[in-house]
Design a protein around this ligand. Structure first.
Ligand code: PLP
Length: 373
């Protein structure tokens, strides 16, 4: 595995390139400051309208973060203490945090070979206390909509979609965020549609849910002088909405470039027998927030890539149910064998829309070198 390949820095974060020229955004921020329209003003309403259209949902409600988007969606559906909410064992900690913040107990279900919740294992996890399903469209891969929605219907459970990593993902014509009772999205700087700090947005097709969410995010204020109930302060900042209104124009390009990059890398690596790629279904649109696959000697490959300048990552080395934070829930090693096996083998390569040809070829070359391919 000796190699003469020279290192080349391939960054995971593309923010410096993405925001290399920001004058049009700054000009709009100047206008915002002059208007004093800092909370729930015109830029927020405009972003909500564009976002609802992008997802194909009737309503969109801007909130403070993706975590709040999930938590407030659960609250709007009446989830609270004594309830259980089912989610995927291989998710980011925020999904579980949102369930606990709503006062409910987290119940994990294993994932499948596409890194999304395994529908065949959901029913066994449903109890009398189950109040909602919170499946995660992981890394840009939508979960199996037919299977999950039919279980939800059969059991009479609402679905809150964790679409934080999957803006633009779809199964056929159905976009992630358009099929559940509500869906949470994140606008965090490293998500596919990103702003200059924290931000989140919820989509729903139900007018009543949208109305509850508008109250929940804004102190329960139905007007300046009337408060319907005690609630929260979790508004999408107007300043972030200004940034979002600029970036949403590039969203198709961002998404398609990530897809093209992933396809190019996968086409080049597919023949390597020490690597396993998730099944790619023709009718599913994976938007590659994460370009993730499984590798033999993952730790060796990771070190090799990092030594040659590639910011490869692992999402994640320790599955959530085995983290200290989950100890109280009583899970143990062996409970979710697929998620645990993936944690030992998964690796994520940069796939972002600002990669150059040279950077992509460098990553491909480094992986090939490692396996002598
Ligand atoms: C990022 C993320 C969240 C939380 O979003 P924030 O905006 O960071 O609060 C929730 N779930 C998943 C799967 C995420 O990746």
């Amino acid at each position: 595995m000796k190699t003469a390949r020279k290192p080349l820095k391939v960054r995971y974060s593309y923010l410096a390139r993405q925001f290399a020229s920001i004058d049009p955004i700054l000009a709009d921020i100047k206008k915002l400051v002059a208007s004093g329209d800092f909370t729930l003003g015109a830029p927020v309403r405009r972003f909500e309208e564009s976002f609802a259209k992008l997802i194909g949902a009737k309503h969109a409600v801007g909130v403070g973060s993706g975590t709040d988007a999930l938590f407030l969606s659960l609250k709007a559906l009446g989830v609270g203490p004594g309830d259980e909410v089912i989610t995927a064992a291989n998710t980011f900690v925020a999904t579980a945090g949102a369930i606990e913040t709503a006062g409910a107990r987290v119940v994990f279900v294993d994932c499948d070979d596409k890194f999304v919740i395994d529908p065949s294992k959901i029913e066994d996890a449903v109890t009398k206390k189950t109040k909602a399903l919170l499946p995660v469209h992981w890394g840009g891969q939508p979960w199996d909509m037919d299977a999950v929605l039919s279980i939800a219907k059969k059991k009479g459970l609402p679905v809150v979609e964790d679409a934080c990593q999957s803006i633009g993902a779809a199964v056929g014509a159905r976009k992630a965020g358009s099929v559940g009772a509500a869906a949470g999205f994140s606008l965090h700087p490293l998500k596919n549609l990103n702003v200059w700090g924290d931000g989140g947005i919820i989509t729903t097709n139900d007018a009543k849910t949208a109305e509850s969410l508008r109250l929940l995010r804004n102190h329960g204020m139905s007007s300046r002088d009337e408060y319907a109930f005690y609630a929260y302060n979790s508004r999408l900042d107007s300043l972030q909405a200004v940034v979002g209104n600029h970036l949403i124009k590039d969203f198709e390009w961002i998404t398609q470039t990530r897809i093209d990059n992933a396809k190019r890398i996968e086409g080049a690596l597919k023949g390597i027998k020490q690597l396993w790629f998730p099944p790619r279904a023709k009718n599913e649109r994976h938007v590659y927030h994460l370009y993730q696959f499984l590798a033999e000697d993952r730790d060796g490959l990771l070190k090799h890539l990092q030594a040659l300048g590639v910011d490869a990552k692992v999402h994640y080395p320790v599955p959530l149910h085995l983290q200290p934070a989950s100890r109280r829930l009583g899970y143990k090693a062996g409970d979710f064998p697929v998620a645990e096996a993936q944690a030992r083998r998964t690796i994520t390569l940069p796939v972002h829309q600002h990669l150059t040809d040279e950077e992509i070829e460098h990553m491909i070359g480094c992986v090939k070198d490692f396996y002598g391919a």
